[in-house]
Design a protein around this ligand. Sequence first.
Ligand code: NCD
Ligand code: ZN
Ligand code: ZN
Ligand code: ZN
Length: 432
Amino acid sequence: MSSMDVVVKGKCYVEGRLYDRCIGVVDGRIAAIGANIDGERVYDFGGKLILPSAVDAHVHMRDPGATHKEDFATGSLAALHGGVTCVMDMPNTDPPTTTVAALREKANIAAAKSYSDFGLFAGVAQGCDPAALSAGVIGFKMYMAGTTGNLHVPSLESIRNELAEVASTGKVLAVHAENEALRGKGAEKSLGDHLRNRPNECETSAIRKLNNLAVPGLKTHVCHVSAKESLRFVSKSKERTFEVTPHHLLLDQDSKLSTYGKVNPPLRNRRDRQALFNALKEDLFTIVASDHAPHTIEEKEEDFDFAPCGMPGVETIVPLMLQLVRDRHISIQTFVRVLCERPAELFGLNKGRLCLYRDADIMIVDLMKSTEIKADRLHSRCAWTPYEGMSGIFPKAVFLRGEIMIEDGAWIGERAGRNVVESQRKPVEAEA
Ligand code: NCD
Ligand code: ZN
Ligand code: ZN
Ligand code: ZN
């Protein structure tokens, strides 16, 4: 066999188990997995874990339109430092990603700036043209209620035609599921008030509606499930998938975060949080994603009512979840499934798994090395984190398509982010 460009050695996670192995890389893809492989550049990590790096299927890079909060460069560098080598960007930017022109503009920006691989969502709005957008997007996004940006649809009935067109593209429809009609509009002074304005039923009824929506072939993916009552409607199938975020698992309205904890759907009660956590352990959720939604400190310091909703998370999602593995709250298998394998599978990416021909997106992990999460060590332009002081396990090294990008907390690579839509697997034809 011809020699490998790159070889990475360590305790490799292959098909659910750990083995002392070498991973050989040719042209950015895994070309061999074996006990002894030679190559031009050999990275020997001894007994450390070699895991697939993560795919974060829900981020807001704010580019274009709000680059004072984040842009593709800062956001994707933050991602790489945290072991995320592929991000999927949401369409609530300015301009919103609902037209082919806006999608092209964003694709050009991201290709010029991104350090990680990326995929782009297009927003579904009345009169949009999913067939025309389809070739450039990793999936579609629909907002059922108001949140950052102004993309929420008046009702599911009003966009039935557009949804039917989304279904015929075969791509996934990610949904922000809250029921606009059940949103309170009272003044807010605290996280408790924010929760009262977006009660559990506000989310649960939206998920129920979505589950009852009969659009043949439509694959719906419910973003950021947060209420314990919603779990009744959570079940995995090819047509319906569900996501949970670290903040809904680890924070609640009693976390002393004030406006920094203001997010949609809201941080709820401890009981909700525990129910979500149990559901994660029971493997009810398809994926975990960050909903990385940075806003500046200045914006978050506004009066409670005016402070924007959302918190950063793309750099802390892997460290926090690895800490849960270390503390034996979740298994390493669950970790790899919900952060690597399934997000890649759901969106048809050639990533998320250490097996032949996949992209060599790899992270090296030392489960004994917890560090304190501190905003001044993170890379998002927003410069704060709701997890300040909590423990996390940051990857020791990160490879993107076989090239080392991060080692010991420093970026040592060359910028190489690519749009993954070009290698997205064609959706399986909908059955007639
Ligand atoms: C997100 C944002 O700021 O873009 N905010 C949030 O509270 N999650 C939008 C969203 O995902 O709802
Ligand atoms: Zn949302
Ligand atoms: Zn979001
Ligand atoms: Zn613990």
